[in-house]
Write a protein that binds this ligand. Structure first.
Ligand SMILES: [Fe+2]
Length: 253
């Protein structure tokens, strides 16, 4: 079943190729998708998901960013605020194309796709499979986003050119609102993200309260994502509040 779904997905992605080549930003999304599928499988294994839940999760991971290609083509941006909610877009495309026709858990998979970027998920309204898929997909997505940041820092001249990070201020202490939210284990209101330290701290916040499964936290620790951010934040700022947030993350992983 998964191989067939993957075939449909690949054929769809192929329609965005220009003379055989995907635009670079789309290629990165395809790579992200592959990584999220691999991470989702690891989480399913580590958490001993039953076969049915693991199959549904694998499908949700493959499909979660389906709308990114059309979003970029149509709006030339991945910023949802300036275009469309890419999770809704992904959900609608998969549904309209009927890729999950014949899948027992089609509606559960579609729900996991739909909520993958929401601040909170309506856990009370979900059955066990939908809830497990939604949580594990969100974990897998975050784990690969940790890699995306690290790659971008390695491959851009971010010290001298802040366009790589949406023109955020580079060497600046974090916003007090961001630090306070993280110390209270609250979600950060994105309007307070004013500098690169804020942006990186939001990811540290995911380590405090955003990774649902022990397997996800273990992967995060093993891959050194917290250590990376500790070194990086120390380069950006010597604000002591940052150390307190880092300690909190260390205790949470
Ligand atoms: Fe996404």
């Amino acid at each position: 079943m998964f191989a067939e779904l993957e075939g449909k997905y690949s054929s769809y992605v192929d329609t965005f190729r220009v003379e055989g080549t995907l635009p670079e930003m789309m290629e990165l999304k395809l790579l992200h998708t592959r990584n999220v599928v691999a991470l989702a499988r690891k989480i399913a294994k580590g958490e001993q998901f039953d076969e049915r839940t693991a199959r549904a999760l694998e499908a949700a991971a493959l499909l979660h960013d389906t709308g990114r290609y059309e979003q970029l083509k149509r709006f030339n941006t991945f910023r949802d605020a300036d275009s469309v909610d890419h999770a809704v877009f992904s959900h609608d495309i998969v549904k309209e194309k009927g890729w999950l026709d014949g899948w027992e858990d089609a509606s559960k998979i579609l729900t996991a796709v739909l909520v993958h970027n929401c601040r909170d998920i309506p856990a009370d309204e979900m059955d066990d499979i939908t809830l497990a898929c939604s949580k594990a997909l969100r974990d897998a997505d975050k784990l690969d986003i940790f890699n995306v940041l690290e790659d971008r820092l390695a491959n851009t001249d971010w010290r001298n050119d802040n366009r790589a990070f949406w023109n955020l201020k580079i060497f600046s202490p974090p916003s007090i609102e961001v630090v306070e939210a993280l110390m209270d284990s609250r979600a950060v209101d994105y309007q307070y993200i004013k500098c690169l330290a804020d942006f990186v701290l939001v990811q540290v916040g995911w380590m405090i309260s955003g990774l649902e499964y022990a397997t996800s936290r273990k992967i995060c620790l093993e891959r050194g994502h917290l250590e990376f951010r500790r070194r990086f934040l120390r380069e950006l700022t010597n604000e002591s509040a940052v150390e307190a947030v880092l300690r909190k993350a260390e205790e949470s992983l």
